[in-house]
Ligand binder design. Structure first.
Ligand SMILES: NC(=O)c1ccc[n+]([C@@H]2O[C@H](COP(=O)([O-])OP(=O)(O)OC[C@H]3O[C@@H](n4cnc5c(N)ncnc54)[C@H](O)[C@@H]3O)[C@@H](O)[C@H]2O)c1
Ligand SMILES: O=c1ccn([C@@H]2O[C@H](COP(=O)(O)OP(=O)(O)O[C@H]3O[C@H](CO)[C@@H](O)[C@H](O)[C@H]3O)[C@@H](O)[C@H]2O)c(=O)[nH]1
Length: 464
């Protein structure tokens, strides 16, 4: 079977870039990306491609090339479903905030709504692709909804989790380590799997396209994120030990990372991992293990989250302790709000929790981030529900430039590893700050010897 029309439900951080890449590499396929969020779709259609809703290096150029050719963004979900041979579901699957599994399980309500809408609208056979990250065995629920509410048409269900990382989405999509496609073990399931293999084969080599059964594919996505996050928590756990023993966590990371069995990647100690995926997916994994009665498995993975929460808290605590046990009324400047560099995404960013902790200690927090808007910053803080919007706006200021942000600050803390932070005139920053000028590097980003020579009192994660 040859795919000629793809619909993707969900025009977010995954749907947008993934479909742009498919459109760019498969000019013979028409790709409709649909969303119920009119504002988001309007931004994707903004005549100025610099205004698309997601900042990713290289993405706007690709959108410019394909939009209006074979890539379309629309809110007409039903028409796109009707027209498609293959439908990707790429909607959000956040942690549940209510009811059974609150704070742990993935909330599948958006997935279910998609399945019901597809079943209601579709008048011809469709291949349904799970692109969202889902608990293992979700395909079973999808099959039940599609078959029990549909118009008698046939649905094949594939699992095709996405492994792109934000900030490098375009290069990850262009040159993926692997593409994973899980299918049902039936003749039709295998044909559907091959149809999706053929789509990716337009630019990904055969040996990088892995085919498995549906359950392995669903579970591999949660497992990959759990392993990656576990490495960060492992090195962060060691960073605390380094601080009291005068070992240097970067040196330790290099020493172990050169062992080819361990590998060098994902050993960068930090103020704690953020992003929309790691915490959500591990909590989901823990919840799944618990529902199968596997308490030891659940406890094992939960420790990754416990360590991450500890790392964020201890960084904030260190600021308070170093500033003579009080930050009340003191200006503390946070450089960076995004959860990592090269993205405007702030979901679960460590900066949110550090800021909240400092505000509780009555600090006057000022934030500068090159890509995150002030409205996003207030919205992130308000979401925690610690204080009112009015209070957050009174206590936390957002500046549009770094030099103004550090003016008269008692301390500056680096929370995101933006390249531009390294390039700053740190002598100038030192002069603008109150003395003693405290510098907290939550990313091991700066040249600490140089900073000390300038006059800063430097504290960095992972170094005594
Ligand atoms: N962000 C990442 O880097 C990343 C990477 C790999 C996998 N994932 C997974 O991909 C999925 C999507 O993540 P995201 O970051 O793109 O989320 P997102 O919130 O950026 O985008 C999801 C979009 O789906 C839309 N939507 C929800 N219900 C809908 C419906 N019924 N009909 C039409 N549109 C609907 C929302 O309006 C939203 O725009 C999640 O399961 C996530 O875990 C994310
Ligand atoms: O050595 C490291 C590596 C990462 N991080 C932090 O970990 C978080 C996550 O980083 P990263 O994994 O690069 O970004 P994500 O966009 O969250 O991507 C992860 O989550 C996605 C969503 O599921 C997956 O698709 C990707 O494969 C997976 O890397 C960020 O806060 C990073 O700063 C560290 O602190 N140290």
């Amino acid at each position: 079977m040859k795919v000629s029309n793809i619909c993707c439900i969900g025009a977010g951080y995954v749907g947008g870039p993934t479909m742009t890449m498919i459109a760019a590499k498969c000019p013979h396929i028409k790709v409709n990306v649909v969303d119920i969020n009119q504002k988001r779709i309007d931004s994707w259609n903004d005549p100025d491609v610099n205004n698309i809703p997601i900042y990713e290096p290289g993405l706007s150029d690709l959108v410019k090339k394909t939009r209006g050719e074979n890539l379309f963004f629309t809110t007409d979900v039903n028409q796109a479903i009707l027209d498609a041979d293959m439908i990707f579901i790429s909607v959000n699957t956040p942690t549940k905030t209510y009811g059974v599994g609150k704070g742990m399980a993935a909330d599948l309500k958006y997935i279910e709504l998609c399945a019901r809408q597809i079943a209601e609208v579709a008048t011809s056979d469709k291949i349904i692709v799970e692109k969202s990250t889902l608990p293992v065995r979700t395909a079973e629920a999808l099959r039940s909804i599609l078959d029990n509410t549909g118009n008698g048409v046939h649905f094949d269900i594939l699992s095709n989790p996405e492994f792109l990382a934000e900030g490098t989405a375009v290069s990850d999509l262009l040159n993926p380590d692997r593409v994973l496609i899980g299918a049902e073990n039936t003749e039709k399931g295998k044909k559907a799997q091959q149809a999706l293999v053929d789509v990716y084969s337009n630019w990904v080599s055969q040996e990088r396209i892995l085919t498995t059964n549906v359950w392995s594919s669903e579970l591999s996505k949660l497992t990959a994120n759990a392993f990656l996050a576990q490495r960060v928590s492992s090195i962060n756990a060691l960073s605390e030990l380094c601080e009291v023993t005068e070992a240097d966590v970067n040196e330790v990371a290099r020493a172990i990372g050169t062992d080819s069995r361990i590998g060098a990647k994902f050993l960068q100690s930090s103020v704690g991992f953020g992003g929309s995926c790691f915490q959500k997916d591990i909590l989901n994994l823990v919840y799944i293990a618990q529902t199968y009665g596997l308490q030891e498995v659940a406890d094992y993975w939960e420790q990754v989250i416990i360590m991450n929460d500890h790392q964020k808290r201890r960084f904030a605590k260190k600021i308070v302790k170093t500033l003579f046990n009080t930050v009340s009324g003191k200006k503390i400047t946070l450089l960076g709000w995004a959860f990592k560099k090269d993205t405007n995404d702030t979901r679960e960013s460590a900066a949110i929790y550090v800021a909240d902790y400092l505000l509780n200690e009555q600090a006057e927090v000022t934030v500068y981030d090159p890509k995150v808007t002030s409205e996003q910053i207030y919205s992130d803080l308000n979401y925690l529900g610690t204080r009112s919007d009015e209070e957050n706006r009174r206590l936390l200021k957002v500046e549009s430039g770094p030099m103004k942000a550090v003016e008269n600050a008692h301390a500056t803390a680096v929370l995101t590893e933006w390249d531009e932070f390294v390039q700053y005139d740190w002598k100038d920053i030192y002069e603008r700050m109150l003395k003693p000028a405290f510098l907290f590097d939550g990313r091991m980003l700066l040249d600490h010897e140089k900073m000390k020579q300038i006059g800063f009192d430097v504290y960095t994660i992972g170094k005594g």
